[in-house]
Design a protein. Structure first.
Ligand code: NAD
Ligand code: LMR
Length: 327
């Protein structure tokens, strides 16, 4: 039997957790022949821990062959102990009328504490993926607390935005989703994010030729993808959960697959003009499991450069807002 991968998940009794854990345990994230141990972390309140017990009962009842153990805890030192992957989902979601950055003051402190504990107790090969909003800046906060783990171990998720952009392009072109390739997300997981449509292809042709409607690409397309989270909150009364969990499965699976090309928020995307200290979405290629190189070859026209400058500014503004939490 392969050695089990220890996967710590915060917010395990929350909405995303309820969609995510079953996908991890079924093998969707690490492969059907890879055993996993789930280390489930919640807040120290009876209601949350009771709900977590219920989720664990359901995981038992699925009889997933690759689920080799579960730890249920409200103590991050126990939950992150020896974790190979730490999936930081637990945080407050926004409500109607809020932007994700409005959550920074409440959520930021969660990530200062967790970054420190992960650095102290997680496995030597620890990798961290941040989902709790605002994800890019929370990731920066967590990474800033690490002394042992280098910044490249910390990623934030923009895969939901990539999936959304791919789906919108396919719908507009009237093609199967799989015909759309090379659509990548630059910058912040916020309405300023930039899905670089000029590099996308549809059935091997430039998406801009197949769709041939620059007003739509520069307007409603960007608007729909950038504000999709808010549209879901308005419709459901709750933020996206199943699609977010699915995107996290994609994010980690692509990071574990050498050769995979995908959008991830990482530090150091200066080749595209991002500040050296922020975590910005960019296209990456997975080199070895858990490690990536930024794909730097994409040319940006003036429209794209202006969009990247705007999302970079938002990221540096968020960094300034949390300056006292860093380091
Ligand atoms: P939720 O409120 O349903 O669940 C969050 C859970 O986290 C709760 O059970 C809560 O008790 C727990 N929690 C809070 N603080 C914690 C801590 N310090 N340690 C451990 N657990 C903690 O929320 P949700 O819908 O699951 O969303 C979780 C987060 O993910 C939100 O911040 C949301 O905005 C974000 N999100 C991000 C994306 C993305 O693409 N990056 C997509 C969807 C949602
Ligand atoms: C999303 O994009 O669906 C999430 O970030 C939730 C939100 O607040 O929009």
């Amino acid at each position: 039997m392969k050695t089990p991968i220890r996967v710590a998940v915060t917010g395990a009794a929350g909405q995303i957790g309820y969609s995510l854990l079953f996908r991890i345990a079924s093998g969707a994230m690490f492969g059907p022949d890879q055993p996993v141990i789930l280390q489930l972390i919640e807040v120290p309140f009876e209601k949350a821990m009771k709900a977590l017990e219920g989720v664990a009962m359901e995981l038992d009842d699925c009889a997933f062959p690759q689920l080799k153990g579960m730890v249920l805890t409200d103590d991050p030192r126990v939950g992150f102990k020896d974790a190979n992957w730490s999936l930081l989902v637990g945080a407050k979601p926004r409500g109607p009328g809020q932007e994700r950055a409005d959550l920074l003051k409440d959520n930021g402190k969660i990530f200062t504490a967790q970054g420190q504990v992960i650095d102290e107790v997680a496995a030597d090969d620890a990798r961290v993926a941040v989902v709790g909003n605002p994800a890019n800046t929370n990731c920066m906060i967590a990474a800033s607390k690490a002394k042992r783990l280098t910044p490249d171990r910390f990623t934030a998720m923009v895969r939901l935005d990539q999936n959304r952009a791919q789906a919108q392009l396919a719908k507009k072109a009237g093609v199967d989703l799989t015909a759309v390739k090379d659509i990548f997300i630059y910058g912040n997981h916020s309405p300023t994010m930039f899905p670089a449509f000029a590099h996308a292809t549809i059935n091997g042709k430039p998406a801009t030729e197949v769709i041939n409607d620059s007003a739509w690409l520069q307007g409603p397309f960007l608007e729909t993808v950038g504000k999709r989270g808010a549209a879901i909150i308005a419709a459901r009364g709750l933020s996206s959960a199943a699609s977010a969990a699915n995107a996290l499965v994609d994010h980690v699976r692509s990071l574990m697959t050498p050769g995979a090309i995908h959008s991830v928020a990482v530090k150091g995307a200066t080749a595209y003009g991002f500040d050296a200290n922020v975590w910005a979405g960019v296209p990456v290629r997975t080199t070895t499991p858990g490690s990536v190189e930024i794909i730097t070859g994409y040319e940006m026209d003036d429209f794209a450069k202006a969009k990247i400058a705007a999302t970079n500014k938002e990221l540096t503004d968020e960094r300034a807002m949390v300056a006292e939490m860093l380091g």
